[in-house]
Design a binder for this molecule. Structure first.
Ligand SMILES: [Zn+2]
Length: 476
């Protein structure tokens, strides 16, 4: 019997690697196998010339929402920068194209556009079709009257259904995504092809989806997209239900379930006992918690409940949008990680500086203080609610510049290297030591357009992306 064909390999030449210019790499069997100043080309081996540009491990976005990103592509924009006032909103909704089921979906709404929207207000712009508009925080949906009728709101017992003094639904649904989805026409989750291509184009080869309470269909769609190479290869799902391991948990290809997402909603916090109990249940099920925590009150409550329930390695706090300095030692003592999004400062920092009391402004999206206290900090986008581009988020972490040109919390700026490292930590160890390219690591790699110091200043620094040792994307 003839010997099996040798595994296909690829030689990457003239890369900047770990600060050393003109290094060669060989990848084979989906792994980096050799790194040396000069490697001999094997017979017939394909060669990719990096022309002196940096090679990095693929980035990990540690907090993102895959299906919401896909859905946004098929939605009417109802917030800044495209829509900033009543006239824009009216125009966007009038022009919106309904989906297959006849619904119109809007995203990105915020009060600066037209105040506190409710059903009668949305009816004024569009009453002929059911309309649902998502607040840019992701915490609130606003439905028009046709939409309320279509979901049968009159028979709804969900606590997120906001009602006026007479008990009539206002059209505002708080933190009710899973419930709302169950009452919408079954069109299936939106396709993930475009999302996958966009992620890879930014050099992202791993993501942690932070959507809570993922349903079986959403998980199946993500598994399928990974299997077909549509999504980046490494996916962790914080919303995977407790007690149902995913393929990646058992060492097979496919998504892994990470820490378990708990939402400390900005509207109506869990009671202390409920929260501590929930943390215990998650820990007993063998998973750390990933607690969505935006306000100071939520952080105080979480830290007390976590201390009571007992922390577990891997516990993480999502956002930590406001961290008062007196809570920093407790964060360090409990050993929790922070997964935060300074990209929000570049996106809506002027709103924060206007709305957050002066005394609390230094507490916004802290980074440097946390790192100094030895707290692991991972960066992420929270896309589509925050800007997706990791290079823009890294820039925001280093400058903290708002769209209006102010600097939000200059003392919390971190260096380019620190911010990049916060995207290079492994998906299972956010805020941990950054991955480096060396023999034995998976060949999920990005080739930049220039050496690292120069590429850091480019708006689109990624030239090519390799996943599993084969080229996934090459740009002009
Ligand atoms: Zn999120």
């Amino acid at each position: 019997m003839p010997p099996a064909d040798p595994a296909p390999s690829l030689l990457l030449r003239n890369a900047e690697l770990g600060g050393r210019r003109l290094t060669d790499l060989r990848v084979s069997d989906e792994m980096v196998t050799e790194v040396a100043p000069s490697l001999r080309r094997n017979n017939g081996e394909p060669v990719y010339d990096c022309h002196g540009a940096a090679i990095l491990p693929g980035l990990c976005d540690h907090h993102i929402h895959l299906h919401a990103l896909a859905a946004r592509a098929a939605s009417a924009r109802c917030g800044p920068p495209d829509v900033t006032g009543l006239a824009d909103l009216a125009e966007a909704l009038a022009a919106a194209v309904p989906d297959r089921s006849g619904w119109i979906r809007g995203t990105g709404y915020t009060e600066s556009v037209a105040g506190d929207l409710d059903a009668p207000a949305v009816d004024k712009y569009r009453a002929d079709r059911p309309v649902r508009i998502q607040h840019r925080s992701g915490a609130l949906w606003i439905l028009n009257t046709a939409a309320l009728a279509a979901i049968g709101v009159n028979t709804a017992a969900h606590p997120g259904v906001e009602r006026d003094a007479n008990g009539h639904p206002t059209g505002r649904l708080w933190r009710a995504d899973a419930w709302l989805r169950s009452r919408l026409p079954a069109t299936g989750p939106p396709g993930l092809t475009q999302v996958g291509a966009t992620l890879l184009g930014h050099g992202i080869t791993a993501v942690t989806d932070a959507t809570p309470d993922l349903g079986a269909r959403a998980i199946a769609a993500i598994k399928q997209a990974v299997a077909h190479g549509v999504l980046p290869p490494r996916i962790c799902l914080l919303g995977a239900p407790l007690g149902t391991p995913l393929p990646g948990d058992q060492g097979k290809p496919g998504p892994t379930s990470g820490p378990y997402k708990i939402v400390l909603a900005d509207s109506g916090l869990l009671s202390y006992d409920e929260l501590a109990d929930r943390i215990r249940i998650v820990h007993v099920a063998g998973r750390p918690v990933a607690a969505h925590c935006v306000t100071r009150e939520a952080l105080v409550l979480l830290l007390a409940a976590l201390s009571d329930a007992g922390p577990r390695p891997g516990d993480r706090i999502e956002h930590a949008a406001l961290v008062p300095p007196e809570l920093v030692p407790e964060l360090a003592r409990l050993g929790v990680r922070i997964v935060t999004q300074p990209g929000f400062l570049a996106d809506r920092g002027d709103d924060f500086l206007r709305d957050v009391p002066l005394a609390d402004r230094p507490d916004l999206y802290r980074c440097a203080t946390l790192l100094r206290a030895g707290i692991p900090v991972a960066l992420s986008s929270d896309a589509p609610f925050g800007p997706l581009d990791p290079w823009a988020v890294i820039a925001a972490a280093t400058t903290r510049r708002t769209p209006g040109g102010q600097v939000a919390g200059p003392g919390e700026r971190i260096t380019f290297r620190q911010a990049l490292d916060a995207y290079l930590a492994p998906p299972g160890d956010p805020g941990g030591p950054p991955r480096r390219v060396s023999p034995g690591v998976p060949a999920d790699l990005i080739v930049l357009r220039a050496p690292l110091a120069e590429a850091a200043r480019l708006p689109d620094p990624v030239r090519a992306v390799f996943t599993g040792g084969t080229i996934a994307i090459e740009k002009e």
